[in-house]
Design a protein around this ligand. Structure first.
Ligand code: NAD
Ligand code: MG
Length: 404
């Protein structure tokens, strides 16, 4: 049967990798059909993708709907155009769709990802922010609506692959002693400043911050990798995905990015997933799960591998990682606050208002201010978004007061 797929965030880095696999797969089989796409800023690229994949529906920002519809018509393409957040939600819950690839960056990806869960879709999750902000609501929606959540973040996909099938089907089984899961090991590359000093980090410009040693990714996640906030977000993501307290998830720096993460079992086994650092592998795994398809990734040559290193992260230099652990312990208000503050701080760094090392300071001050307000944990997405907005305004005030 053909799997009809919606790619939300089709013009980004994950979108590129996903569509490249689908292009190859479509050439040889009818297993996958690209049903809908979304783009935000790069609308020329989105138009090219519409020409290439002929989707039935497309989502663009509200103000771009009319012009984009005209451009499609001029290109002789018959595509239904929807706009804004409600358009993304419409695509995510479209009854024709089997699979939603959630690849929008940041908090903007939450409403459509949650809508896909509520509509019982098979979700290929790249947008980690949805779990960081609303993990409890997301996981509940997945359970209540029999949705399938397949992680494509490489570390989480690796862990998923190393877990026994019953736990893959029902994450709460991870607590059953017969499966013997003792802890999870999340690997981190350490980013471009692993072997540099804090002063080097403080002096870094954008080009230096986004220059990731192993992975090619979007701008925001690349900066998050430089501060190791990305690993902090992934720690929270893993806790929700695999139903474990953060204390059972260890972060280890593995600069070669060959082992993508591990599961430790009670008998002393450590199961790992290895591969070239290319997002096409986890994406192909999730697209075809439980089958396997060709991802186009060059296989690892074990003979060519030199040393594999494992290093304990320095939580003073990479304070964002410590903040994420604390936030996970403290609860949803803190994880929403941390994600929102970080988005504001990363933007301020891109706009050259603050230094790379200020990101952790802005995040921490925002969380301290929010802790004084004793906010209630949200039980609905509107409350999640209200807390997110509050955190953003606190973080913006901190940026304005201290750095402008
Ligand atoms: P990117 O910046 O390359 O692409 C982001 C996509 O989101 C684009 O299609 C853009 O049009 C869309 N978008 C941005 N703002 C939007 C908004 N306000 N409304 C609607 N759409 C919007 O980002 P990316 O690197 O592809 O990352 C996407 C997600 O996947 C992130 O959550 C990231 O953390 C996660 N992820 C990425 C990688 C990677 O290798 N790139 C790896 C693991 C996880
Ligand atoms: Mg990752």
């Amino acid at each position: 049967m053909t799997q009809r797929i919606t790619v939300l965030g089709a013009t980004g880095s994950i979108g590129d990798s996903t569509l490249s696999i689908l292009e190859t797969a479509q050439a040889s089989s009818t297993e996958f059909e690209v049903y809908a796409l979304s783009g935000h800023r790069q609308l020329d690229k989105l138009l090219d993708l519409c020409q290439k994949f002929a989707p039935k529906r497309v989502a663009v920002p509200t103000e771009a709907v009319a012009t984009f519809a005209q451009r499609l018509k001029a290109a002789n393409l018959s595509v239904d155009v929807v706009g804004g957040e409600s358009g993304l939600i419409e695509l995510a819950e479209d009854p024709q769709v089997d699979t939603v690839v959630a690849a929008i960056v940041g908090a903007a990806g939450l409403p459509s990802t949650l809508a896909a869960a509520k509509a019982g879709k098979r979700i290929l999750l790249a947008n980690k922010e949805a779990l960081v902000m609303a993990g409890h609501l997301m996981m509940q929606a997945v359970r209540d609506n029999h949705a399938t959540l397949l992680p494509i973040d490489s570390e989480h996909n690796a862990i998923f692959q190393c877990l026994p099938e019953p736990i893959q089907q029902d994450n709460t089984k991870i607590h059953q002693s017969e499966y013997g899961v003792r802890k999870l090991w999340l690997t981190a590359s350490g980013g471009p400043f692993l072997h540099k000093t804090y002063a080097d980090m403080a002096a870094a410009n954008i080009a230096e911050a986004v220059k990731h040693p192993n992975w090619s990714m979007g701008q925001k996640i690349s900066i998050d990798s430089a501060t190791m906030m990305n690993k902090g977000l992934e720690l929270i993501e893993a806790a929700h995905l695999f139903d474990l307290p953060e204390a059972k998830i260890e972060v280890v720096i593995h600069p070669q990015s060959i082992i993508h993460s591990l599961v430790e079992y009670s008998d002393g086994s450590l199961l790992a997933q290895l591969g070239s650092p290319d997002m096409k592998t986890p994406i192909a795994h999730a697209l075809a799960y439980p089958k396997r398809i060709d991802s186009g990734v060059v296989p690892l040559d074990l003979f060519a591998l030199a040393d594999l290193e494992f290093i304990r992260p320095d939580l003073n230099k990479f304070a964002c990682l410590r903040l994420a652990r604390d936030a996970m312990q403290s609860g949803m208000v803190a994880t929403i606050g941390l994600n929102a503050a970080n988005e504001v701080a990363v933007k301020a760094f891109i706009d050259e208002q603050v230094k790379l090392t200020d990101i952790a300071l802005i995040n921490e001050q925002t969380l301290d201010t929010m802790a004084q307000q004793a906010l209630q944990a949200p039980s609905h997405i509107d409350e999640v978004i209200a807390i997110d907005q509050r955190a953003r305004s606190i973080a913006k005030q901190i940026v304005a007061k201290r750095y402008c």
